[in-house]
Every structure is written in structure tokens, then in C-alpha cells.
Write a protein that binds this ligand. Structure first.
Ligand SMILES: Nc1ncnc2c1ncn2[C@@H]1O[C@H](COP(=O)(O)OP(=O)(O)OP(=O)(O)O)[C@@H](O)[C@H]1O
Length: 247
């Protein structure tokens, strides 16, 4: 197992050992070997993963969610989920918010939400996700194609929560959204995390990631290059320049 180059002291401890364990994960597109020996573990604490374009973040979450074949270990709550189909991963307790939202243009907001089949007694049901995102309640009769980017993102998050996941994996929820909408989504997600929802957040927006997560993994060229407390990467331009090419 390859260790990250940088694991600083003071990294927040995992809240429990029952979460996600990835070890020696490899994913290729044909002959292009994109993920190379990726290993990390997380408990129920929110974890962010950042990295420049094309580093392999989306490939990793697609492999976790069952949309790409992989070799190596993917375990959730002590059981292997590697090689399972997406619906089996959902059933195992992992919700997925895909990059680009994947909303159906011809289905209404309400149809998107009711088709998940959450029960009224579940923590997340149609009524409680409308409470979380009142804007979706206002737009419940609108088709997915009529929604703004922010509304589509809220719908994608609501749809994932309705599976009542023990871990929700989100791929760049801030992508393409106006700053005020990013702030709103960030605030809502922080309230969900404060309730104890476990989150693995893939992000290019470092501020969004460090506001939500105490721990940040950095992916560089298909490997986990660093595992840092959020405040270290948030406050250190040199660390940001080294891993993200920003100052
Ligand atoms: N279907 C595919 N076929 C071949 N190569 C691919 C495919 N999808 C992604 N790649 C390549 O795999 C590498 C990792 O892509 P990936 O989308 O996982 O990166 P990323 O870090 O999520 O970037 P972004 O933030 O731009 O989505 C890139 O070099 C990309 O060109």
C-alpha cells in the first residue's frame, strides 16, 4: 500500500472505523492506467478530495459507485463492494451525486423524488428533503430541463439523500454554479453533516471543500499525494501551490 507523501500530525481522527476502505485500487481506461494503487480509509467524518483537472477524482468515485471496473479493494462497513453493480452499492448504503447532476429533463422535480421510494418514516423522505431545499418544493411541478444549474444540483443531492445513505459521495457539486448558489449549497450540506451524515466530497473549489470537511485528500496523477487537516491546506498558499497549482 502506497502512503501519501504528506500525512501531517494533527489530522483529525476518523469518527469510526466502520466506513469506507480503499486499498491498492487500480482503474484503467483501455491501456490508460488512471488510478494507481489508491489507498485511504475514512470513518463517518466528512472527507474532501481535491486535485487539478484530469487527476482521476471522478474516476475514483465512479469506481466506488460501481460505474467502472477496478482492481484492488473497496470495502464499506467491513464488506467488499468491489465489482458490484450501482444499484447494489446504493443498497449497501452509499448514495451518489454524479458530476453533471444527471437530471431527467422530462421528469418533474416531484417525480424525480418520489421514484426513489423513500418511506415516510425514513430520516430523508420527500417531505424532509423539501424542508431542506424549499426551492425544490416551489419547483415541484417543473421539469428537470426547466431548472437552473443550482436547482438541478439541489435535486441531485436530494435524490441521493432519499436513499438514506450512510455515506454520500458527491462529485463536484459546486461546478458551474454562481457564487451565491455555491454558498447556499455549502450551508445546507454543512447542516446535513452536522447531523452526522458521512460525506466524501470531490471538489475543485478548495474553499467549499474545506468549509465542509475537516480532512482533505489531494489526488495527483491518479495517486493520493497528501492527507491533510483542512486548516493546513486552506491557510497555506505554498501547500496549495504544490498540490493544486494555485497561489
Ligand atoms: N472514458 C475515458 N476514456 C479514456 N480516458 C478517460 C476517460 N475518462 C477520463 N479519462 C482520463 O482519465 C484521467 C482522469 O480523469 P477524471 O475525470 O477522473 O479526472 P478528474 O480529476 O475528475 O478531473 P475533472 O475534475 O476534470 O473531472 C484524465 O486524463 C482523463 O482524460
Amino acid at each position: 500500500m502506497t502512503q501519501p507523501d504528506t500525512v501531517l500530525p494533527g489530522r483529525p481522527e476518523t469518527r469510526s472505523s466502520g466506513g469506507l476502505r480503499i486499498e491498492g485500487l487500480d482503474v484503467s481506461y483501455g491501456r490508460v492506467h488512471v488510478l494507481q494503487d489508491v489507498s485511504f480509509e475514512m470513518g463517518s467524518e466528512p472527507v474532501g478530495m481535491v486535485g487539478r483537472n484530469g487527476m482521476g477524482k471522478t474516476t475514483l468515485v465512479k469506481a466506488i459507485a460501481g460505474f467502472l471496473p477496478s482492481s484492488g479493494t473497496i470495502e464499506f462497513e467491513g464488506k467488499s463492494i468491489q465489482g458490484r453493480q450501482p444499484y447494489q452499492i446504493t443498497r449497501a448504503g452509499i448514495g451518489y451525486v454524479p458530476q453533471g447532476r444527471r437530471i431527467f429533463p422530462s421528469l418533474t422535480v416531484h417525480e424525480h423524488l418520489t421514484m426513489v421510494g423513500a418511506k415516510k418514516t425514513d430520516r430523508w423522505n420527500v417531505s424532509s428533503v423539501y424542508d431542506l431545499f424549499p426551492r425544490l418544493a416551489e419547483r415541484k411541478r417543473n421539469g428537470g430541463g426547466d431548472l437552473s444549474g443550482g436547482e438541478q444540483q439541489m435535486l441531485a443531492i436530494a435524490r441521493a439523500l432519499l436513499t438514506n445513505p450512510r455515506l454520500v459521495v458527491m462529485d463536484e457539486p459546486s461546478e458551474g454554479l454562481a457564487p451565491a448558489v455555491v454558498d447556499h449549497v455549502s450551508q445546507v450540506l454543512r447542516s446535513v453533516v452536522a447531523e452526522g451524515q458521512s460525506v466524501l466530497l470531490i471538489e475543485q473549489n478548495l474553499r467549499f471543500a474545506t468549509e465542509l470537511c475537516d480532512r482533505i485528500l489531494v489526488m495527483v496523477n491518479g495517486r493520493i499525494a497528501a492527507d491533510l487537516p483542512s486548516q493546513v491546506i486552506a491557510n497555506d498558499p505554498e501547500v496549495q501551490a504544490r498540490y493544486l497549482g494555485v497561489v
